[in-house]
Write a protein that binds this ligand. Structure first.
Ligand SMILES: NC(=O)C1=CN([C@@H]2O[C@H](COP(=O)(O)OP(=O)(O)OC[C@H]3O[C@@H](n4cnc5c(N)ncnc54)[C@H](O)[C@@H]3O)[C@@H](O)[C@H]2O)C=CC1
Ligand SMILES: CC(=O)C(=O)O
Ligand SMILES: [Mg+2]
Length: 468
């Protein structure tokens, strides 16, 4: 169950109500008053802020219970999550202060002109003399935002700002949200190419499938900086990392297990591809209409056709609730609330369930947990958070540090193994298959794996000093 803290600003008429009655009404409605701030004291009337801990589902009931009390005027309800977003979550800071004319003439005209000329003469100097070496664009068109769907570029911005915060806090990467007001593939390609000179990498985010495949492939081919669709490959990398460790917990091998992947969109396609590269021999990709089967024809979906042509993909058709029977592993990147406890119970013994749809997983964790050996979600309020935030900060840290031209398949597999390796043999258990994003080893190990593999596979343009 997810909890929120809300702040209720109330005006109390002391002749009509005592604070105890307010607290008791909140308690009866399922809330818990955790602090009280007197905003305006008064003999007859006072204004107070009540911070209330309540479940997401219970929030409306608490608000209504307070509103209905005699002698109470509910002035405002604010949610701490909304308060954290006031004014946006990131800003740009200068690296040095301009204190006098001398400083001004160095960082701006005329001094800056010499630096511009130097970059004009040797474009590579853009890496050492501008923000390019440490800056990533987080680009979206707002068409597949979390599990919320096509909510547009304005509504996508808080998610992109959140990604930018994580880039900076976890890996020191400066990331800037670019929310595009177009869904046209050619226009997105033109725009991203046109803004690329200032960036050292492009993180594509929440762009719906199948357009995301063409957009990523063409940008990666046409730009000389790494282009990485986070929802595809960040998710696939972290799933493979989690599965490597989950399989150790249940004592099964990658080449033995039957894996059902539900939701063959951006994340699902890349997960299937990486699972095959990691050694899975029995794969059942499923979308709305049922299983994508070996030998099937999917003329409007090249990536589904690619899957249908793979020998490891099963040939039997069926809806999710049919094909999940007997599966060892379920990976959900589709939408919330699709599975029941009975569906999970129909899987093989020692079942592994990664229900990763955001914000609501494919099965409610409370319903699944009693029946599965290893359970993971994309959420931060349960153990085993399988979320691409474990990948993109370290991956771009490494790619920027070695100035990788692109992110190739060996780099992705190395990143997955690096994340899995953060959990040592003695620490590994069903509730701990994947490290926390706050574990400092994650970014360091992913960075190391990315640089090492980029150098080995010839896509690095520079060897960082700590690798010489
Ligand atoms: N935990 C994590 O790190 C991540 C989680 N996700 C979550 O995974 C979900 C999908 O994300 P994307 O691949 O980016 O979206 P997408 O829109 O590219 O793909 C979603 C796919 O799910 C399919 N789908 C929808 N309802 C379905 C159903 N009832 N049964 C089977 N398939 C169904 C759609 O047809 C589509 O092919 C979202 O909820 C997203 O939040 C995505 C990326 C990372
Ligand atoms: C985590 C993420 O990138 C998503 O749910 O879209
Ligand atoms: Mg995303």
């Amino acid at each position: 169950m997810a909890y929120n803290s809300i702040i209720l600003r109330v005006e109390m008429n002391h002749a009509l109500i005592h604070f105890g009655e307010v607290a008791s009404a909140i308690g009866k409605a399922g809330g818990d008053v955790t602090s009280i701030d007197v905003i305006r004291p008064g003999q007859d009337v006072s204004v107070r802020d009540l911070t209330v801990h309540v479940t997401e589902e219970g929030e409306a009931g608490v608000v209504e219970a307070v509103r209905a009390l005699p002698g109470i005027q509910l002035v405002n309800v604010s949610d701490r999550t909304f308060l954290a977003h006031l004014g946006g979550k990131i800003s740009i800071q200068p690296n040095l202060a301009i204190r006098n004319r001398d400083d001004l003439s160095r960082v701006y005209t005329p001094g800056v002109a010499r630096v511009s000329s130097a970059i004009h003469d040797s474009p590579d100097k853009a890496y050492s003399l501008t923000i390019k070496r440490n800056t990533v664009a987080v680009v979206t068109d707002g068409t597949a935002v979390l599990g919320l769907g096509d909510i547009g570029p304005y509504a996508a911005a808080p998610v992109m700002e959140g990604k930018a915060m994580l880039f900076k806090q976890l890996a020191g990467v400066d990331a800037f949200p670019i929310c595009l007001d177009t869904k046209d593939t050619e226009e997105i390609l033109r725009t991203v190419k046109a803004i690329a000179p200032i960036f050292g990498g492009i993180n594509l985010e929440d762009i719906s499938s199948p357009r995301c495949f063409e957009i990523e492939t063409r940008l990666a081919d046409e730009l000389d900086i790494p282009v990485f669709h986070d929802d595809q490959h960040g998710t696939a990398i972290v799933v493979v990392a989690g599965l490597l460790n989950a399989l150790k917990v249940v004592g099964k091998r990658m080449d033995q297990v039957r894996v059902v992947v539900n939701g063959i969109g951006a994340a699902g396609v890349s997960i299937c591809k990486m699972l095959l590269a990691a050694g899975v021999k029995r794969l059942v990709p499923v979308d709305r209409e049922g299983a994508i089967v070996r030998g099937g024809r999917y003329p409007h979906h090249p990536m589904w056709q690619w899957l249908a042509d793979q020998p490891q993909v099963e040939a039997e058709t069926g809806l999710l609730k049919e094909v999940i029977r007997g599966a060892d592993v379920f990976v959900g990147v589709s939408r919330g609330g699709l599975l029941s406890a009975d569906d999970v119970l129909a899987m093989a013994p020692d079942r592994i369930v990664f229900a990763m749809a955001n914000p609501r997983p494919e099965i409610d964790p409370e319903e699944a947990l009693p029946h599965v050996k290893v359970f993971a979600t994309g959420r931060s309020d349960y153990p085993n958070q399988i979320n691409n935030v474990l990948v993109f900060p370290g991956l771009f840290r490494g790619a920027l540090d070695c100035r990788a031209r692109r992110i190739n398949e060996p780099i992705k597999l190395a990143a997955a193994r690096a994340i899995a390796s953060v959990v040592s043999g003695s620490e590994l258990n069903a509730q701990y298959i994947i490290p926390s994003i706050f574990n400092e080893q994650v970014v360091a190990k992913v960075r190391h794996a990315v640089i090492e593999t980029a150098i080995l596979t010839g896509v690095a343009r520079r060897t960082p000093p700590d690798f010489r």
